[in-house]
Design a protein around this ligand. Structure first.
Ligand SMILES: Nc1ncnc2c1ncn2[C@@H]1O[C@H](COP(=O)(O)OP(=O)(O)OP(=O)(O)O)[C@@H](O)[C@H]1O
Ligand SMILES: [Mg+2]
Length: 466
């Protein structure tokens, strides 16, 4: 109970209400005493007026009047000269005198507290203004005990009322909290548990229904979170399925390509000069494809295998890539330019380098093709002490915003019809495998430039010297 929200609220409300009641109680007791004394003065004033009837007032009547007024003596000063007096025996000395003519609240409170602790037999004197301006001053002597009894009764009554009040307020608050906060919270907790059991089931995503706006906000945030999580889990599942599909495809594709390889080998023996010239390229391409299938199968996972580094003549690889792209050209006139020092040899995995450059040049070609105009694709390379730099540039239309926002991210950056959005992600991953970087140097209406930077050293080992 103490640990629950509603329990704590119940107790705190009780305490706060009691504190508030105390603040009201003290002045109201002081007010009660003031009223009590004023009414005594009024009664005594009425009793004293009986004197005006002259000598007709007997001793007995005087005593009775005083008893009814609840005082021992009364002196009413009518004006400077005349005064009315009723008196009966006073059992003891007057202990305190209270002036009720212009009391301040602080004095009233102080005197009220004092009055609560007076002794049974105390006699007090009270001075006040007569009502209806019937005189200058009225003074009575009276016992303190009845006042004390009345005050204690009043206090008891007030405490009872405030207790009832605070208990019922706290109870109502307790019920309200239960109904408005705890019940919806429990519902949310239940729904969260149900969701956690099977987060891939989108029917279990919470439907916000709380009427309290703060809770509603929490529910909406939760729904967003759950929707994202379910989406991510499904995407993961799809990727896993895709992974196994890729493995199966690679497997069969390799078998088909192996037979193609056998046919291509035969082509090399042909006498036709064109066939003779093209045959080695066909053989090479098919060998690359078989290689790719095999490494995919061998690793059977999404990551690319580690590069098998060797010294590669970059001009040859770029030549192969460009030859391939030329063959793929339709009627468009795209020119290819190479600016690579013939002697430049870099340390890389030739198959992977071919794929990286193949993806970049192919993207450039496809981008220019879409515009239906002429264009140029250039591959340039240079070498510094620490790096090899390969720059692939084109005069195409530039990357669409979607591709720029999701650059190098698999499946999300593709903005080309028929494209899978994998090419740049694969290129980036392969370059990273070489310890290098690939960057979009510039893109816009005048064309696009990608730069690949491959380090000459990995750690302390100079790659070029090996
Ligand atoms: N040189 C370029 N000029 C203009 N747009 C480009 C260029 N290179 C890439 N893009 C844009 O970037 C997108 C992503 O390219 P990416 O190679 O990753 O995927 P894709 O070409 O769509 O599909 P695929 O997986 O078949 O390569 C492309 O769809 C294309 O819109
Ligand atoms: Mg591509």
């Amino acid at each position: 109970m103490l640990r629950s929200l509603s329990g704590r609220l119940l107790i705190l409300t009780g305490i706060f209400v009691i504190l508030a009641e105390l603040l009201i109680l003290v002045p109201s007791v002081a007010r009660f005493r003031e009223d009590y004394l004023t009414s005594r003065l009024e009664r005594a004033q009425i009793a004293s007026l009986a004197q005006l009837a002259g000598d007709m007032i007997t001793e007995d009547l005087e005593q009775e009047l005083l008893r009814n007024a609840g005082v021992y003596n009364v002196v009413l000063l009518r004006d400077e000269a005349r005064q009315l007096v009723l008196s009966s025996p006073v059992p003891s000395e007057v202990v305190d005198t209270y002036d009720m003519r212009e009391p301040s609240m602080a004095r009233l409170i102080h005197e009220a507290v004092q009055a609560l602790f007076t002794r049974e037999d105390h006699v007090i004197r009270v001075i006040g203004n007569p009502v209806r301006e019937a005189g200058l001053l009225i003074e009575v002597t009276m016992p303190a005990a009845p006042l004390r009894v009345a005050m204690v009764d009043y206090l008891r009554y007030m405490v009872l009322i405030s207790t009832l009040f605070s208990v019922s307020t706290a109870l109502l608050l307790f019920l309200a909290v239960r109904y408005l906060i705890l019940r919806p919270m429990k519902r949310v907790i239940g729904l969260m548990r149900a969701y956690a059991e099977d987060p891939e089931d989108s029917r279990r995503i919470i439907t916000p229904s709380a009427s309290v706006s703060d809770l509603r906000e929490a529910e909406e945030a939760l729904r967003e979170l759950e929707t994202q999580l379910t989406g991510a889990l499904r995407q993961k599942e799809r990727l896993a399925q895709l992974g196994s599909a890729v493995a199966k495809i690679s497997h069969d594709l390799r078998n088909i390509l192996t037979s193609t390889q056998l046919f291509a080998d035969r082509l090399e023996g042909s006498q036709d000069p064109t066939v003779k010239r093209l045959a080695p390229k066909v053989v090479n391409s098919v060998a690359r494809a078989v290689n790719l299938c095999e490494s995919t199968l061998a690793f059977g996972r999404a990551e690319e295998p580690a590069p098998r580094l060797c010294l590669v003549a970059l001009a040859d690889v770029v030549g192969d890539v460009i030859d391939g792209e030329r063959l793929a050209l339709g009627s468009e006139s795209i020119s290819f330019a190479e600016d690579i020092p013939a002697t430049l040899r870099l340390r890389a995995d030739p198959e992977q380098l071919y794929r990286v450059l193949g993806n970049l040049v192919r993207n450039a070609r496809q981008a220019i093709e879409v515009t239906g105009t002429e264009g140029e694709i250039a591959v340039a390379a240079e070498e510094s002490d620490s790096h090899w730099l390969i720059r692939v540039s084109d005069t195409g239309p530039g990357l669409p915003p979607k591709a720029q926002e999701n650059l190098f991210t698999a499946f999300t950056g593709g903005a080309r019809k028929g494209g899978s959005g994998l090419g740049l992600a694969i290129a980036a991953e392969l370059v990273r495998g070489h310890g290098g970087t690939i960057e979009l140097e510039r893109t816009g209406a005048s064309g696009t430039v990608f730069v690949i930077r491959l380090p000459k050293e990995i750690g302390l080992q100079p790659l070029a010297a090996q």
